[in-house]
Structure formats: structure tokens, C-alpha cells
Design a binder for this molecule. Structure first.
Ligand code: SF4
Ligand code: SF4
Length: 221
């Protein structure tokens, strides 16, 4: 998601890489679940997030749209996000009665890195520490790579950058074309290619993703 804001107001002013230590460890959150409430449509899911969720819950992407995910427009494209309950506390649908994440090992990338965020620059990205989002003022230092708790880290980081810059380029191309029909058709194709068409759960996600990416680019770029 593209955001236009002053980094000095929302971060500690530093950029972090995987081997850096960062004061982000909330020590198991100790009863807090603030960041799992009232997040609106901000927990946007990439294809890896949906692949993980679909495998963990044994539900195809389209079935999850009934109550767990929803679709919204993000930077001109239709993308899925986690749904918040329509109750007064607006909790994430995956927050259980003990205020814990019921899908913790399979949680989306945005939840994995919080209170870190990603800052995209020059075809790559670094991590930033968001200082106004988490009320825990007793955080400990932890290595970024340990905090984000993601296997195949090298492939994962490449995928995150490639997905971001692919969406950015697609959005810019569609804006330049300005053809409503073409925008509609391409955004539906994007959903179909990367989310609706099931991935093979026993095969490497990244291999499947890059096959689809190359195919999509050949058709649309
Ligand atoms: S706001 Fe901070 S302490 Fe609270 S649940 Fe989120 S990460 Fe944990
Ligand atoms: S998926 Fe889990 S960590 Fe993420 S907002 Fe929902 S309950 Fe919280």
C-alpha cells in the first residue's frame, strides 16, 4: 500500500535490514490485542498470505471470502484483506475468545512484522519501526530476521519486493491507459491469476508464483 506521510512522525527515523537489532519484541504481547482490532481494510494480503491461509484452513480463496476475507480497492487494484468483525470491538475474525491469534503460525506478513512496517525504495525495501502503533512501551531488542519469523527468507524478501513493484507498475500502466474496460478486465485477471486459481499446496509457492507472474506479464505488459 502506498502511503504519503512524514517518516519522522511515524518511525524512529531509522531503516532496518534483516541482520539489524530492533526494539520490536513485544514479549508475547501479554494480554494485549490492540493491533488485532479495528484495522479496517489495512491488513492487505499478498498471494503468499492467501496460499498459507488456504492451506492452513483447508479452504479455497473464494470460500474464505464468505466471512474471513474481503476485497477492496488498493492503489487502483482489487486486492484481498483480512476482515474485521461487525461487532463493537471490530476484532479481526481470527482473534479467538482468549484474545489470541487463532492462526498464529499462518498469520499474514503484515501481522508477522508488526510493529515493523516496510519502506520500499529503489526496487527494494527496508523495515521501519512504527512508533505510534503499539502501546507496549517495554519492548525488547530482537534481530529483524528472527522477529519476522518467516522460512526461506531470501526467496521471501525477493518475492515481497517483486510483488510490490509489479503492482506499482501495473497500476501506473493502467492509469496511463485510462481505459475503464481495460482496467476492469486487468484487475479481475489479477485476482484470478494470483488468488482465485488454486496453488498446489505440496509444491513450492515461489516457483508457482513466478510462473504466474511471467504469464501475466506476457499477456498484459
Ligand atoms: S499492539 Fe503491540 S503489544 Fe499489543 S498485540 Fe499488537 S504487537 Fe502485541
Ligand atoms: S491474523 Fe492474527 S495477528 Fe493478524 S490481525 Fe488477525 S488475529 Fe491479529
Amino acid at each position: 500500500m502506498l502511503r504519503d506521510c512524514d517518516l519522522n512522525e511515524i518511525t524512529d527515523g531509522k531503516r532496518y535490514l534483516l541482520n539489524d537489532m530492533v526494539k520490536a519484541d513485544c514479549n508475547d504481547c501479554k494480554g494485549c490485542s490492540v493491533c488485532c482490532h479495528d484495522m479496517g481494510a489495512s491488513i492487505v494480503l499478498d498471494p503468499l498470505d492467501c496460499y498459507r491461509l488456504s492451506n492452513a484452513l483447508n479452504r479455497p480463496f473464494e470460500a474464505m471470502l464468505d466471512s474471513q476475507l474481503e476485497l477492496n480497492i488498493v492503489d487502483g487494484l482489487i486486492l484481498p484483506n483480512l476482515k474485521m468483525k461487525e461487532t463493537p470491538d471490530k476484532a479481526c475474525v481470527f482473534l479467538n475468545d482468549s484474545n489470541r491469534c487463532s492462526i498464529h503460525p499462518h498469520r499474514p506478513g503484515i501481522c508477522r512484522i508488526f510493529p515493523l512496517g516496510r519502506l520500499y525504495e529503489e526496487n527494494s525495501f527496508s523495515y521501519i519501526l512504527q512508533v505510534n502503533e503499539c502501546p507496549n512501551d517495554k519492548k525488547s531488542k530482537i534481530k529483524v530476521s528472527k522477529w519476522i519469523d518467516t522460512p526461506d527468507l531470501k526467496k521471501n524478501q525477493q518475492f515481497i519486493a517483486d510483488w510490490h513493484y509489479f503492482l506499482k507498475e501495473l497500476h501506473e500502466r493502467l492509469l496511463a491507459q485510462g481505459d475503464e474496460e481495460c482496467i476492469k478486465k486487468t484487475t479481475m485477471q489479477l485476482l484470478q491469476f494470483f488468488y482465485i486459481e488454486p496453488y498446489v499446496s505440496t509444491q513450492d509457492f515461489y516457483t508457482q508464483f513466478y510462473t504466474r507472474l511471467n504469464h501475466f506479464k506476457a499477456l498484459s505488459f
